[in-house]
Design a protein around this ligand. Structure first.
Ligand code: NDP
Length: 247
């Protein structure tokens, strides 16, 4: 499928590493202006910028914390000042802090909920206001099947990911009449830093769950995101598109 996002602006949170990097690159290759955001990993951001120097005119890197309301407000002031319109928001940034619930520190509970769920709320609110003015928009949030399955040691992560789906379904109904669609992409096990730190035995166990017998690639997730962001996907809203290799 050949996508064309010429003339459109996309924000991709966590857009400089892992899945987000592939999403940013796929939008750049399809002609979009991309604002790729990150929190603090300047080295990864710089590498990403250099690797995409061919798209320098269409690429803007911004760093802030999606869970910090003031920083999100400042970021959207910058977007409003520097971009005529915003067509696409991809809520991709996310963290894990795994521990069985009985041992889970309150800080780790809060950090995961604040980043994954509240970050999605904080980013979607100004984006939707901007999109409502133009009566067009695409919001895509990267959730996880863990949100519906639950995994031991991931109560905070599962709750945040289930919350993203609930937020998506409610918001999709609020803005449907304004030409804005709101969907989730739900990747299974994807080869990124996110799962790199898991013990080898756990990774083998996860692989055993996948009927297609391999982990997915960030490029395959990006393909799903661009599909939902395409103008032609106007009749898909409030949906969760799973890309799990058949789990
Ligand atoms: P990575 O750990 O590779 O990258 C995470 C990105 O999010 C980084 O760019 C990071 O910024 C950014 N980020 C983290 N916290 C914040 C914050 N508070 N404010 C702003 N940016 C932040 O993750 P993945 O690419 O693997 O995952 C991306 C998304 O996909 C996540 O939402 C994850 O839950 C989801 N997902 C991943 C799966 C997988 O197997 N990899 C499976 C299912 C879902 P910085 O570079 O500065 O650290």
């Amino acid at each position: 499928m050949k996508f064309d996002f010429e003339g459109q602006t996309a924000i991709v949170t966590g857009g400089t590493r892992g899945i987000g990097k592939s999403i940013s690159e796929a939008f750049l290759n399809a002609g979009a202006k991309v604002i790729a955001t990150y929190r603090s990993n300047k080295t990864a951001a710089q590498e990403f910028k250099e690797a995409n120097s061919a798209h320098a005119d269409n690429l803007d890197l911004q760093s802030f914390d999606v869970s910090n309301a003031d920083e999100v407000t400042k970021f959207f002031e910058y977007v409003d000042t520097n971009y005529p319109s915003l067509e696409i928001l991809v809520n991709n940034s996310g963290i894990r802090k795994d521990q069985v619930l009985a041992m889970m520190k309150e800080n780790d509970w809060n950090a995961v909920i604040d980043t994954n769920l509240s970050g999605t709320y904080l980013m979607s609110k100004p984006a939707v206001k901007s999109m409502m003015r133009k009566r067009y928009g695409r919001i895509i949030t990267i959730t996880s099947p863990i949100g519906r399955l639950g995994f031991p040691g991931q109560a905070n992560y599962a709750a945040s990911k289930a919350g993203q789906v609930a937020l998506t379904q409610s918001l999709s109904k609020e803005v449907a009449s304004r030409g804005i669609t709101v969907n989730c992409v739900s990747p299974g096990f994807i080869e990124t830093d996110f799962i790199e730190d898991l013990p080898e035995k756990q990774k083998e166990g996860y692989l055993g769950l996948v009927p297609l017998k391999r982990f997915g690639t960030p490029e395959e997730v990006a393909h799903c995101v661009l599909f939902l962001a395409d103008r032609g996907s106007a009749y898909i809203t409030g949906s969760v598109l799973e890309i799990t290799g058949g789990i």
